[in-house]
Design a protein around this ligand. Structure first.
Ligand SMILES: Cc1cc2nc3c(=O)[nH]c(=O)nc-3n(C[C@H](O)[C@H](O)[C@H](O)COP(=O)(O)OP(=O)(O)OC[C@H]3O[C@@H](n4cnc5c(N)ncnc54)[C@H](O)[C@@H]3O)c2cc1C
Length: 593
């Protein structure tokens, strides 16, 4: 049984103080969401995650999945857990009430998503993908398509998948070749998609694939891609399941991690064409698919948070039990948590986890305020901020999860490298996150190209001004906060210098964006994390004065200081690398490598 009480307290604190939850619940659409609802949802989610999902995690890792006949077999425990997940109403907690969803804020749903990922990330991918598909269909689909699919998807009776990738079209979707031929009011889809997560499984009665393909007269490149909904089983007019559609799983991949998440090669149209329906306008499918992709990008970031946290909890427990060596001022041998270097690893894991969580929850909160706000200025502001944050929530957080889960293994020493302790599984499961949903390089290029350069740095500048607002309260909070204040101010200056450097030089040096992007994303993510921990420490400082939970609140202050002293200095390195430009990166000819 996994104990969620420690992370739950931190999650609630993050929601309330770092994700501005009061502003979200003040929106008319969320009028019924009060403190009791939040408490009840999070406590029940924690029970479900620890009682039902966590016990299936190692089973899924050891057993994996396989193709049997014309379908994929998953561990029986997964099918049972999925049925209970649906019975509990978890698939639709943040979905549109028009289709049976509970309409709760995304900001609250991400906290649940974190728990699903922490307890069993391979399982969590299935409902996560379904939610992304629902959102894209709800936003871009015609009414008859919504009526045909959405209610059953929101309840979890039917699941969803996302079919973009083809062997020759990974990061570069412009080269995809799957085709869609019109046939009456439908389309016949042919082509092969690879790496499709939960592309086939027996947990849901039907699987609703969102598929990118080209119409016969489509222009080449990304402007000729359309989006189709292609179910595994055709749907009769009365909504019941019809015959099997012409799409089948050909094989599943053998992977480093997430063993129980089927990664399928799906073949469409081997028997003449899989029947599907157009979603949105012809040739504008990529834009519609971006609704799902952006949803999933935040979701992947949240997977990173969940795995970092589990890895941290396991490492702390081990470091309290494992006795090795001696320490100054202690009699006899000590538990390894006493050693400064083990503390360095544990605190780095914790600091990165807290920062990642705050970034993801805050991104969700901006999305809620953009989607449900009524004041146009506030809507535009929060949409721009969510757009800026999404690549950071995906990429910074998943890079952080690799560092955290790798440290999780290191804290266990040799026992971390053998599978018995589970530390290795967290790392193996985390390793995919920087790759799928657009690699972290693609996120970084999006951040610099579309979010920084396109508006001349305006959105980043506005965020820098907001982050500088903690300076005065930090100055007033006393000596303990001096290092947080100076480190944050220094890092923000470095960010401004780097933004200016890129904006000034990107036209002169066409390789600059690509060379600097990853370091710029790491720089900005590291600073946003530090800003969030500083905000948390200020809240804790105030609450300590009013007699709050001393140990928890003092920890918030220590974590902000640790982050300022041990993590924020990384910004100086990122800044130096960015401002060195592209020269050495591009100096070697390809055959000199
Ligand atoms: C387990 C798993 C599950 C997946 N699930 C799904 C799914 O459900 N649906 C789906 O459609 N796809 C899925 N994918 C596919 C995934 O999204 C792609 O693997 C990913 O987008 C990268 O594409 P690629 O593998 O072709 O790598 P490539 O595009 O070949 O990239 C290789 C390397 O080159 C870099 N690179 C490529 N182009 C550029 C560029 N322009 N600038 C800088 N660097 C570049 C990349 O960052 C990477 O480091 C999944 C993949 C895996 C492994």
């Amino acid at each position: 049984m996994t104990d969620y009480q420690a992370p739950l307290k931190q999650m609630k604190f993050t929601l309330e103080h770092l994700a501005d939850f009061a502003e979200v619940s003040a929106l008319a659409d969320f009028a019924s969401v009060d403190a009791d609802t939040i408490e009840a949802v999070l406590e029940e989610a924690a029970k479900f995650a620890s009682g039902v999902l966590a016990p299936t995690n190692v089973i899924g890792d050891r057993q994996g999945v396989r193709v049997v006949g014309d379908g994929v077999e998953v561990p029986a425990e997964f099918t049972d857990a999925y049925a209970r997940f649906c019975e509990g109403g978890w698939p639709g907690i943040a979905s549109n009430p028009e289709f049976g969803g509970q309409g709760l804020p995304k900001t609250l749903a991400v906290a649940c998503d974190e728990m699903w990922a922490a307890s069993n990330v391979a399982f969590a991918l299935c409902p996560e993908l379904s939610q992304g598909a629902i959102l894209a269909m709800d936003r871009h689909g015609a009414d008859d398509i919504k009526a045909m699919f959405l209610e059953k998807m929101v309840s979890g009776q039917w699941a969803g998948s996302m079919c973009l990738t083809e062997a020759q079209a990974g990061s570069d979707l412009s080269s995809l070749t799957s085709r869609a031929e019109p046939k009456g009011d439908r389309y016949l889809i042919t082509g092969q998609k690879i790496f499709i997560t939960w592309g086939d499984h027996p947990m849901a009665e039907n699987i609703v694939h969102l598929v990118l393909a080209r119409l016969p007269d489509a222009p080449p490149g990304t402007k000729g891609i359309s989006l189709f909904v292609v179910p595994k089983y055709k749907v009769n007019d009365d909504g019941s399941l019809g015959p099997r559609n012409d799409n089948f799983c050909v094989s599943v991949e053998h992977k480093m991690g997430i063993h129980a998440s089927p990664t399928c090669v799906l073949s469409f149209g081997d028997k003449g064409g899989a029947e599907g329906f157009l979603v949105g306008k012809p040739n504008e499918g990529l834009a519609a698919m971006f609704t799902m992709m952006n949803y999933m990008r935040l979701g992947v970031g949240v997977q990173g948070v969940g795995l970092s946290d589990r890895s941290y909890q396991a490492a702390v427990a081990y470091s309290r039990e494992r006795v090795q060596g001696r320490a100054p001022g202690e009699k006899g041998r000590v538990a390894i948590i006493r050693h400064p270097d083990v503390r360095r690893m544990l605190l780095t894991m914790r600091a990165l986890t807290q920062a990642s969580r705050a970034i993801c929850y805050y991104t969700a909160s901006c999305l809620d305020r953009a989607a449900h706000g009524t004041d146009p200025e506030s809507v535009a502001f929060h949409q721009a901020r969510a757009d800026l944050l999404t690549p950071i929530a995906k990429a910074w957080t998943t890079e952080a999860s690799l560092e955290a889960t790798s440290n999780g293994i290191q804290v266990h020493g040799g026992m971390g490298y053998v599978e018995e302790t589970g530390a290795a599984q967290y790392y193996r499961d985390a390793r995919i996150a920087p790759i799928y949903e657009g690699t972290n390089a693609i996120q970084a290029i999006d951040l610099v190209g579309r979010k920084l350069v396109r508006d001349g740095g305006a959105t980043v500048s506005a965020f820098v001004s907001d982050m500088r607002e903690v300076d005065a309260p930090l100055a007033n909070a006393g000596d303990e906060f001096a290092v947080v204040r100076s480190a944050l101010a220094r890092s923000l200056d470095e960010l401004v210098q780097c933004s200016t450097y890129i904006l000034t030089n990107e036209k002169r040096d066409p390789e600059l964006t690509g060379s600097a992007a990853f370091n710029y994303l790491m720089l900005l993510g590291t600073i946003i994390g530090g800003w969030q921990l500083a905000r948390g420490a200020l809240v804790a400082h105030q609450q300590l004065g009013a007699g709050g939970d001393k140990a928890f609140l003092e920890t918030q202050v220590v974590m902000a200081r640790f982050y300022a002293e041990q993590v924020l200095p990384r910004c100086t390195g990122y800044a130096a690398a960015i401002q060195s430009g592209s020269r050495s990166t591009m100096a070697l000819a390809a055959d000199a490598f």
